[in-house]
Design a protein around this ligand. Structure first.
Ligand SMILES: [Zn+2]
Length: 505
């Protein structure tokens, strides 16, 4: 017994302790399972390690800093048992904690594997509620985050939204374009989950007041998937959105996306030309980029130098040079485009036309021996042309170079497992089952309309005649979407109500 320690340490202060002793060697009855719910950081900070449970009568804990009353109270409350204290030298306690940390790292690898296989986020969340967790590296938080990512990828989600509010955090997935509630976490847990995501994406965990971006790659099954993370502060905590980028093999065929043979032929003709400008229009999440990728797959990259400028690079197409621009890299689309024009490209895909600078540079490139493919955010095909004019690009330049506009929407397909026949004309309505998360729909198909820019449209553009542009484009293609949607209804692939939702939107 050490007299010095004894004199500093008044046992009567602790109501939750049952006695104490002093030892200078490692205990041989350490039970690593006992401390599984206690964060390593907590043990390090207070120099305390729960060692064993004595017949459910008391917990034996090693401690190097016997003045940590709060920590002893926390342990006693956590185990709902009094604590017997073993005072040990600093370095021995540190060794014990180190040993536990290594055990945990090994077992969290195992847990990671397990959670990627079959553990629903609800199961993990339920377990988290029972455990005292203060750090985002805790195996439960790691397990929860991994399960959430795996569940989202397996259900085909394009985004995960972590939305803090007054009471905690709502976790929603976007599947086939629609938001779906998945789980609710407590405020305390939600902060740790957000931190865990930020750690994985190499973002600044200590900074919770500025918006941040990050990225990471996760492997589920055999294929690696790229994730893009964005965090934004809100009064209730950080709102985190995880975008799950697509798998390259899903996006290689225009016909499989839903394009008709006739339209694919027109695209091929355009792509075979040496210069021009092909613009894909549609609202956010309508699959514009996917269409461009499928178009890139139709180009013979061995004979033509094909480059892309994207924010972010979503998939890698063999033979194509991808360049990433954006806030993270401090390069705009316009800057990126100017620099790759010096790399002697034949075909350039510009991820999106967002500003006048990019639009002007892209159109001038199209005029000087380059085939340019790009997307623009609009709600109707005439809007794409008008948007270019509104961005301040010279009308004559647009009229001269714009080759065609593809306008597209994504329509949800009925779940083949549960769709219900409602009449004798092969019309089905959605029902809902486990295969479709009870939504009645599974997967989407693109609806396209194609607007070739002809002489009359060119002159309307040159004259900046919005009404005429509207009239010509509408007359060119208004029926195309409807016809295409009706075809899918007749085949029993989608429902009347889904078609109405898309056509009105
Ligand atoms: Zn179903």
């Amino acid at each position: 017994m050490n007299a010095n320690t004894n004199s500093k340490f008044d046992l009567k202060v602790f109501s939750k302790t049952v006695g104490w002793s002093y030892r200078e060697s490692l205990p041989d009855n350490l039970n690593p399972q006992l401390s599984a719910g206690i964060p390593i950081q907590f043990m390090k900070r207070y120099g305390i390690v729960p060692i064993c449970n004595q017949n459910d009568e008391f917990i034996v804990a090693a401690i190097s800093k016997p003045k940590q009353l709060d920590a002893l109270d926390v342990l006693a409350d956590y185990y709902e048992l009094p604590i017997e204290i073993v005072i040990m030298p600093n370095d021995l306690v540190a060794d014990l904690i180190q040993q536990l940390a290594e055990n945990r790292r090994a077992s969290s690898q195992k847990l990671l594997q397990d959670s990627l296989e079959n553990e629903s986020i609800h199961q993990v969340l339920d377990q988290i509620q029972d455990v005292l967790i203060t750090d985002s590296d805790h195996p439960f938080i790691i397990r929860f985050t991994n399960s959430m990512l795996a569940e989202a990828i397996e259900s085909g989600a394009s985004d995960i939204h972590l939305e803090p509010d007054r009471t905690g955090m709502r976790i929603r997935f976007r599947i086939d374009g629609m938001m779906q509630d998945r789980a609710n976490a407590s405020s305390h847990t939600s902060e740790l989950i957000a931190s865990r995501i930020k750690v994985m994406a190499k973002m600044d965990v200590s900074n919770r007041i500025h918006p941040q971006d990050g990225s990471l790659t996760i492997t589920v099954g055999k294929s690696p998937r790229d994730l893009r993370i964005s965090s934004v502060p809100t009064p209730f905590g950080e709102r985190v959105v995880i975008r799950i980028l697509g798998r390259a093999e899903q996006h290689t065929d225009l016909l499989k996306l839903g394009m008709s043979d006739e339209m694919v032929e027109k695209i091929d003709t355009i792509l075979s030309q040496n210069e021009g400008f092909l613009l894909v229009a549609g609202p956010t999440g309508s699959g514009k980029t996917t269409t461009l990728y499928a178009a890139l797959h139709r180009i013979d990259c061995n004979t033509r130098n094909t480059m892309t400028i994207e924010d972010p690079v979503e998939y890698h197409v063999p033979g194509v040079s991808h360049v990433e621009v954006g806030q993270n890299r401090n390069i705009s689309f316009g800057d990126g485009l100017r620099s790759i024009l010096r790399q002697d490209p034949d075909i350039i895909m510009v991820g999106e036309i967002r500003d006048g600078d990019t639009a002007g540079t892209a159109l001038r490139a199209a005029l000087t021996g380059h085939m340019i493919l790009s997307t623009i955010h609009t709600h109707d095909p005439a809007g794409a042309v008008i948007r270019l004019l509104d961005l301040g690009v010279d009308a004559a330049l647009i009229a001269e170079t714009l080759t065609a506009v593809i306008d597209q929407r994504l329509i949800r397909l009925l779940c083949p497992h549960c769709k219900q026949l409602i009449d004798d004309q092969n019309h089905y309505s959605p029902a809902g089952c486990i295969h479709c998360d009870h939504t009645g729909y599974k997967g989407r198909r693109a609806l396209f309309r194609f607007i070739g820019i002809d002489q009359s449209l060119r002159s309307a553009i040159r004259n900046r005649d919005h009404d005429k542009i509207e009239q010509l484009v509408t007359c060119h293609c208004d029926e195309q979407l409807k016809k295409h949607a009706n075809l899918l209804i007749e085949k029993g692939l989608t429902s009347l109500s889904e078609s109405q939702r898309i056509l009105q939107g």
